[in-house]
Write a protein that binds this ligand. Structure first.
Ligand code: GTP
Ligand code: MG
Length: 257
């Protein structure tokens, strides 16, 4: 059986059989209503877990993630119902919703399946050393983070200071307000925190790690889906006459696995 993986580790293939298909990275299709945060979550998943994750047309996926907003919409339900592979529902942009947990529970009851609050933005954060220095300066200066990104960049204390305004706008875009406040809290509690530690704290806060266990639990269904698609592909090749004896031998071997 194929061993899908979600942590970037290829499991070693110890079988000596020549026809074994090697483990492939997990392929995850992410979808959601426009603006739900699908693209941001897909790139965070690819970055964090080494999976192939994308929005829109792609090879047949192993697994699907539906990103919902504050509520479940009819189009979300339709998309979930039409999905043929194991699927997990994510309540996106959780960093923007103080009651994200409660909303996810409400959506979970409405759908009759698990809904996991995740911030794709914080899951994919990759601050660099320069960002870390800027955050350190802001922590030292005790700056307050207003609710809006525009207000932060246009605050009186940075009036006429274009580089500072840009730094503020950039950090708000990278982290969002919740992420920025969280990053400053990390530096407040641990003044020597490295940029890797700040990134890790934001990743933990994103909730994305809660996706790993349910995806791993779907490994059996994922392997079965791969096998079905592989056999269908082989049958098609055989029907078209491509090296029929070899393909039929392979079908026999595969069917016995
Ligand atoms: N605060 C916050 N903003 C997010 C999050 N995910 C996405 N965004 C922002 O929301 C906007 C849309 O994000 P995308 O990831 O492009 O969303 P999408 O669903 O792919 O959007 P379309 O492809 O345009 O339909 C961007 O400005 C993102 O930075 C999140 O988890 N938290
Ligand atoms: Mg998109």
């Amino acid at each position: 059986m194929d061993q899908p993986f979600v942590d970037g580790q290829l499991s070693e293939n110890t079988r000596a059989q020549p026809l074994v298909i090697r483990p492939q990275p997990l392929v995850i299709a992410v979808s959601g209503m426009p603006g739900a945060g699908s693209s941001t979550l897909a790139s965070a998943l690819a970055d964090r877990f080494g999976v192939v994750a994308a929005v829109g047309d792609m090879d047949p996926p192993d697994f699907a993630i539906r990103v919902i907003g504050a509520q479940v919409r009819a189009r979300d339900r339709a998309a979930i119902d039409a999905t043929q592979v194991p699927l997990l529902v994510v309540a996106g942009k959780s960093d923007t919703r103080p009651d994200a947990e409660r909303m996810a529970r409400t959506a979970s009851r409405a759908l009759g399946q698990a809904v996991i609050p995740v911030s794709g933005l914080l899951a994919g954060v990759r601050l660099d050393a320069t960002d870390r220095d800027i955050l350190g300066q802001w922590r030292d200066a005790g700056i307050a983070v207003p609710t809006s990104a525009a207000a932060f960049a246009a605050a009186d204390e940075v009036r006429g200071d274009a580089p500072q305004q840009q730094a503020r706008a950039r950090m708000m875009a990278l982290l969002g307000r919740t992420g920025l406040v969280a990053a400053l809290e990390v530096l407040e509690a641990s003044p020597d925190a490295t940029v890797a530690e700040v990134n890790a704290a934001l990743h933990r806060r994103s909730g994305v790690d809660a996706l790993v266990t349910p995806i791993k639990q779907a490994a059996g269904a994922i392997a079965a889906g791969r096998r079905v698609r592989r056999l269908a592909g082989l049958r098609l090749l055989s029907a078209r006459g491509f090296d029929r004896p070899a393909i039929e031998q392979r079908l026999i071997t595969e069917s016995a696995r």
